[in-house]
Every structure is written in structure tokens, then in C-alpha cells.
Design a protein. Structure first.
Length: 615
């Protein structure tokens, strides 16, 4: 923890304003060892450090052939970056690798083996074959430990004819499919004909909600949804579709599925119900059927589920706990009900949201576009800045205590179309005038300026800005979509479509580091132009990216094989990062973020507030 944060913490806790941080129930991932041949004759290995392990922990790397004894490959325990390059293996034979932690003078147990089969292909990715059904295409994905073995599995959304809420037309039937990292198909859920397909209709969450070590799947369902065991939810014969493809009547449900089997665990009415669609502001369902979802630690210790409806006009959030086989509604925030002050929260939502402890009480708030909902379901503040398409919650300016939000707004009636604001209060720190900002991002891409750089696309917007709001370049990157920690330094790389690029801050250009198109991969989500998923799911702290292939028959998990001198605990043990990975598929996909400044000149990250993982 930096000296600045130590001082702030002493000041706040000494004044009795903030409670000591809660210990969060989080996943217990394994070492996440990955091994692949990225160059002829070379095996690249990478593994994770847990957030509960000492910073001084070291590692030994072992290789074992089919008929031989394990051989240690490093002369001294490795204390730097958690990667290793093996250029001595006989690749005509199958090689099995494992690492042992060296927390003191003793060795820990071997981790799960990563195998490189004989005569392997040279490629920087792992392959997962898909059982894609006819007329379906892979779309968004989420990750979670479905079976409790310490490894992430992938839950993939497969779509047929997705449509935006603004458009008429029949859609197909969305499927959720689960695969493990070895490529084994696990199960399939059919959301049915009464759940319209599209990015705004089908957010889904994969998370261990009850603390049993296995992730559940939470999603909106309706009559005719079928779980992976064949059980039908609701009326199997109901068809609520209208001639134009809209679904404006019929029930909505919230269902929790068992992550290991996909069996329905519980189904309850979705809060709030659609009701009369005109009450939301139109007759087409464009406003009533805009859905968001997230996981938040509302009590500071255990995760809760928050399912949402509406953001252009009426806004409703409903918080739930899944505990001991029971789904309990904690609270409902409704902009059109309750105290008169709630009316200020109408029309403030985005096509996305963020979650984090912004007021320092150890409990999460939901950053719902231009407003914030406190952990207890009461409005924390509404800025009145209105709807937007992108927002980023992070420690963008490391010289200010607390978190900031960089956000953009659609057709604003104010001079802050793109702005940086205090996440705890909503106060605008600086803004840029724009009549319609369509995309905006914040990340550290220039080491000459402290903190994250910010830029946005839209009317009247041009150039690159420091976290202080100073224009530092007349030209910004052409990419204004996602960011990824990829090449091993502390700056962030740019991710858009199938490309990862590096910003050349001296020449104001982008250099391509990887293009998944060269490996027959494609982007998903149309103009959102995203991978199916990206995040720190394997290896060291850097992020992996998952794209489907052009034929839809495979997912490819690309792994960074760049050497790095930096070592951090897995980003999935950072509280904001793990939750941003969970809501990544919701609405317009937004970049993952961490709760500390990860960039040039950074201080050591604080230890994450997590309970000791189960053995």
C-alpha cells in the first residue's frame, strides 16, 4: 500500500468514518499453470500467485516425460515473474509440467499438471472444440469454477438471430453452453422462444453465490426455458411472441442454475415485472426490456445478485441472496417508487454498469451509469448527467484518494459529454464538451504522464487527455473499445475486434501485437466488436483473450508469451476486477479494471480483502 493510502486510511479510520475492511468470500483457484509451444522448440509456461500468498513466495518448475522422473528446470527458486521458457524439451515426446511453491525452505505440493503432447503445433493459444448447433453462432462468454476443482470453466452464449431492442423481427433461441478448459462439453441450457435474443435481453452471471466452492449461473428466463437435464420452466406450450417478433406480454423469471449440472435450482418472478410497457416510455418494449445484471458484496463479506431493468426512463434494481438453497430478495430500488428523491435517478442508466466500494465502508455500491445505488438499496447520488454508452470505474488519478469514473454521455444537455468524476460523490472533476460521445476509455498508455490517460470519440472530441484533464496529444488511438494487460510492461494495450495493439506515444500510432484474424478468429457482438471474453483466467497476472473461429466450431484462448519482470497476485483476487469480469457480457461490454492504479510508476498493490481460500 502506498504511503498516501496509508495516511488516508489512518485519517479515516482514526476519525471513525470508515470501518475496517471486510474479508470477502472469494474463489480458491489453483495455480492456473498453462504450457504451450509459442516458437519452434520452445515451451512457454506461466502460472498464478494467489492473493493470500506472501509476496516473497518463490517457485520451482519441473518437467516430466512419459517414462522419466521429474526434472527441475531452474537452478534457483524463481522469485521474479511467474513464467518460464523451456528450450530443452524433446518435443517429439509428450512432456508434462508442474510447479511447486517455495514459501520457505520447504517445497509445497505439485500443482495440476499442464501437458504438451508430442509434436505439438506452434501457436499462442489453447483450443476448445464447440458443439455449436446449426444456425447458431458463438457470442459472449463468462467464466466460473463450476465444479469446485480450482479451474475456471467457460459458459458461452450461442445465438441465432440476435436483434437490438430498437428493431422488430423474430429472433432465434439463445443457448448457454458450458465447456471446461480441456475442451469437454458439459451442458446446454435453452432459454427458449420467449426470451428474445440480443445483447440487452440476455445478460447472464456465473459466480459462486452461496460459498460452496462451485459457481452458479443466474439469468432471466421465461415459459419454455429448458435446463440441461431437460426440465422445462413454466408453461412449455406458451408462445408470447408477436408477429413483429416483440415479446410484450407473458412472465419473466429469475432462475438460478446449478453450475455443475445446469439443473434448475430455483425460479422466481423477475423483479420488476414488465407490466404495461407504456409505463416505461414507449409501446415497443425498447425501454421496458433493457436489462443489466451484476454481482456485488452488499454486506462486505458474501456476494449478492443484482438484477436490473430499465435505464432510459424508469430504473429498477433488485438485490438477491442465494444462501442454503433459498433465494431471498434483499431490497428493490425503483426510481418511480419510494421517496420522492428516487425520481432523480430516472434516465441516468447506461448500457452497462460497474461495481465497487466507492465510499470506503467495505461494502459495494452499484455504479448505474450517471447515478450510484448504495449497498443497502438506497440512492447514494444522482449526477443528472444522463444516459451514456461507456463508463470506467478505477483509480484513474492516483494523486486523489478513492476511485474515479470516466464516462461519456449520449446527447447531453450539459458541457460534460465526456468527464471524469469522483466515484464517491459524483462530483465532476473535469469535462469535455460533446453533443454525442459514442465511446470512451481510460487506461495507462503513456508513461510520461502519471495515472491513466482518457479519450473519447464523438462530436467535438479529439485528442488524448491526462487524468488531470490536460490535453497531452492532438491525436488519440483509433481504438476506443477495450484494454488488456498483455505484453508484460505496466502500460495497458488496446483491444478492439480481433486486434491487440500497442500505443506508440512518441509517434502517436498503434502497433499490432496480435491479430486473431490471422488464426481464423472473429469478433462478436457486431458494432460492439469484442472477443467472447477476456480476463486473467490462466497463468500470471496478464489477461487471456477468447475469440471464436470463423466457422463457429472452436474457441481459442490466446495467452501472452511475452517475458515480464513484474509479478502480481492473480487479478481475479482483486475485488473490483473479479466483479468486472463477472459483468463483462452485460450490455455494451466494458474493460476490466482493478481497484488500484496498475500502470507506470505504480505503488505495490494492496493486499486483497479476501478470506483464506479453502484447501
Amino acid at each position: 500500500m502506498s504511503f498516501r493510502w496509508i495516511c488516508v486510511w489512518i485519517l479515516l479510520t482514526g476519525a471513525g468514518l470508515f470501518a475496517a475492511p471486510y474479508q470477502r468470500q472469494m474463489e480458491a483457484p489453483d495455480r492456473g499453470l498453462v504450457a504451450l509451444v509459442d516458437k519452434p522448440g520452445r515451451v512457454f509456461l506461466s502460472w498464478r500467485i494467489l492473493g493470500t500468498e506472501p509476496e516473497s513466495i518463490a517457485f520451482d518448475v519441473y518437467r516430466q516425460t512419459e517414462d522419466g522422473e521429474p526434472v527441475r528446470l531452474n537452478e534457483k527458486p524463481l522469485t521474479g515473474g511467474t513464467w518460464f521458457s523451456d528450450e530443452t524439451a524433446d518435443l517429439t515426446r509428450t512432456n508434462r509440467y508442474f510447479v511447486r511453491a517455495v514459501p520457505d525452505e520447504r517445497q509445497g505440493p505439485p500443482c495440476r499438471v499442464a501437458e504438451v503432447k508430442a509434436n505439438p503445433p506452434v501457436r499462442p493459444y489453447l483450443s476448445i472444440p464447440l458443439q455449436t448447433l446449426p444456425q447458431h453462432r458463438p457470442s459472449d462468454a463468462a467464466v466460473g469454477d463450476l465444479d469446485g476443482d480450482g479451474r475456471y470453466e467457460i459458459v458461452l452464449k450461442q445465438e441465432m438471430r440476435p436483434r437490438d431492442n430498437a428493431h422488430n423481427g423474430l429472433t432465434g433461441q439463445t443457448k448457454l453452453e458450458a465447456y471446461d478448459l480441456d475442451g469437454r462439453f458439459l451442458w446446454r441450457i435453452d432459454l427458449g422462444k420467449n426470451i428474445r435474443e440480443g445483447a440487452h435481453y440476455t445478460p447472464f452471471l456465473v459466480y459462486d453465490l452461496d460459498g460452496d466452492g462451485r459457481a452458479e449461473v443466474a439469468v432471466r428466463t421465461s415459459d419454455g426455458t429448458v435446463d440441461g437435464t431437460g426440465k422445462v420452466i413454466g408453461d412449455p406450450n406458451a408462445d408470447w411472441r408477436e408477429e413483429n417478433g416483440r415479446i410484450l406480454r407473458g412472465p419473466d423469471y429469475l432462475t438460478i442454475f446449478d453450475g455443475r449440472t445446469s439443473a434448475e435450482q430455483v425460479t422466481v418472478p423477475y423483479i420488476p415485472p414488465r407490466g404495461n410497457v407504456r409505463d416505461w416510455g414507449d409501446a415497443t418494449g425498447n425501454r421496458s426490456d433493457r436489462f443489466l445484471a451484476c454481482v456485488a458484496y452488499l454486506d462486505g463479506e458474501r456476494p449478492s445478485l443484482v438484477m436490473c431493468r430499465g435505464y432510459y426512463t424508469r430504473t429498477v434494481l433488485a438485490a438477491w441472496n442465494w444462501r442454503d438453497g433459498k433465494l431471498t430478495n434483499l431490497w428493490v430500488f425503483d426510481s418511480d417508487a419510494g421517496p420522492e428523491s428516487n425520481r432523480a435517478y430516472r434516465g441516468q442508466g447506461n448500457h452497462n454498469l460497474a461495481v465497487g466500494d466507492v465510499d470506503g465502508d467495505g461494502k459495494d455500491e452499484i455504479l448505474y451509469g450517471a447515478c450510484a445505488i448504495d449497498h443497502d438499496g438506497r440512492g447514494l447520488y444522482s449526477t443528472g448527467l444522463g444516459h451514456g454508452d461507456a463508463m470506467h470505474l478505477a483509480e484513474i488519478d492516483p494523486d486523489r484518494p478513492g476511485l474515479e469514473i470516466f464516462a461519456i454521455h449520449e446527447n447531453p444537455r450539459h458541457p460534460n459529454g465526456a468527464n471524469l468524476r469522483d466515484a464517491a460523490t459524483g462530483k465532476v472533476l473535469w469535462g469535455l464538451d460533446s453533443k454525442d460521445a459514442v465511446r470512451g476509455v481510460a487506461m495507462d498508455i503513456d508513461p510520461r504522464h502519471r495515472g491513466y490517460e482518457c479519450w473519447a470519440f464523438g462530436s467535438g472530441l479529439q485528442g488524448l487527455y491526462s487524468c488531470k484533464g490536460q490535453k497531452i496529444a492532438e491525436r488519440s488511438p483509433r481504438s476506443c473499445n477495450l484494454g488488456i494487460w498483455w505484453d508484460g510492461d505496466l502500460l495497458r494495450e488496446l483491444l478492439n475486434g480481433t486486434r491487440i495493439t500497442k500505443w506508440d506515444f512518441e509517434n502517436l500510432t498503434e502497433t499490432i501485437l496480435l491479430d486473431g484474424w490471422d488464426s481464423d478468429c472473429v469478433r462478436v457482438n457486431g458494432s460492439k466488436s469484442t472477443p467472447s471474453f477476456y480476463g486473467d483466467i490462466l497463468g500470471d497476472w496478464r489477461e487471456e483473450v477468447i475469440w471464436p473461429t470463423l466457422d463457429g466450431k472452436e474457441l481459442r484462448i490466446f495467452v501472452s508469451t511475452h517475458p515480464t519482470e513484474h509479478r502480481f497476485y492473480t487479478l481475479m483476487h482483486d475485488p473490483i476486477y473479479r466483479l468486472s469480469a463477472a459483468w463483462q457480457n452485460v450490455g455494451y461490454n466494458q474493460p476490466t479494471q482493478v481497484s488500484f492504479t496498475l500502470g507506470e510508476g505504480m505503488s505495490a498493490p494492496p493486499r486483497p480483502p479476501i478470506k483464506t481460500p479453502r484447501p
